[in-house]
Design a protein. Structure first.
Length: 204
């Protein structure tokens, strides 16, 4: 069974901040998507099951930590015309993988360097990445978040679409909370679905 390969994203500075509901200032979300020419046709308007695979294996579906992310992805899929279903009855399975990491700010006025590497295990391909965020003399720590979603045909297990969203916010800020960040990142990930395959965009 073939899997889409995730491109390693090179360092990209965050050049601007954007306002989100509730006057919370938030950094842009970097988004990359991969799709086949017939992605939209093959997805159709059936039903999707949204499952967490954070850590490389099927996670506890009742996990409170995963709920904001699963619900945010479910809302975006509903906007695409896909109903909700259990994994055994769904036409499409949406695998949701969330990675969060807190990093210290570099010395002086240099950029913050963030990195995450290794293999996610299970059916996922290996991934490795390093990001540089220029946040000047502000926060000493940042919370970096990576959201990956793979839409698979349930019957064959074949990936139909794959996307990743990345973001870094001041550690402990309202913008970094899962309740605020999950819907922002999911909305950015599915903006203009399916997107141009392989392109990276910045969504405010």
């Amino acid at each position: 069974m073939r899997h889409f390969a995730f491109a390693m994203l090179t360092a990209a500075p965050l050049l601007a901040s954007a306002a989100v509901p509730g006057t919370v200032l938030a950094a842009p979300v970097q988004v990359t998507r991969f799709a086949t020419p017939d992605t939209v046709t093959r997805l159709g308007h059936g039903a999707a099951a949204v499952v967490s695979v954070s850590g490389g294996a099927a996670a506890d579906p009742q996990s409170l930590a995963d709920q904001p992310w699963l619900l945010a992805v479910q809302r975006e899929l509903a906007g695409l015309g896909l109903g909700a279903a259990t994994p055994g009855a769904a036409d499409v399975v949406a695998e949701v993988d969330v990675q969060r990491q807190t990093q210290e700010r570099g010395g002086g006025n240099g950029p913050v360097s963030l990195g995450l590497g290794g293999a996610t295990g299970g059916r996922h391909s290996s991934l490795g990445m390093g990001l540089g965020f220029n946040i000047g003399g502000g926060p000493r720590r940042v919370d970096a978040t990576w959201l990956r979603v793979i839409l698979r045909d349930r019957a064959t297990g074949q990936p139909l679409w794959e996307g990743r969203a990345e973001n870094a916010e001041k550690s402990g800020s309202a913008a970094a909370s899962a309740d605020v960040l999950a819907p922002r990142m999911a909305r950015a990930l599915f903006a203009g679905f399916p997107g141009k395959s392989g392109d990276t965009i910045s969504v405010k």
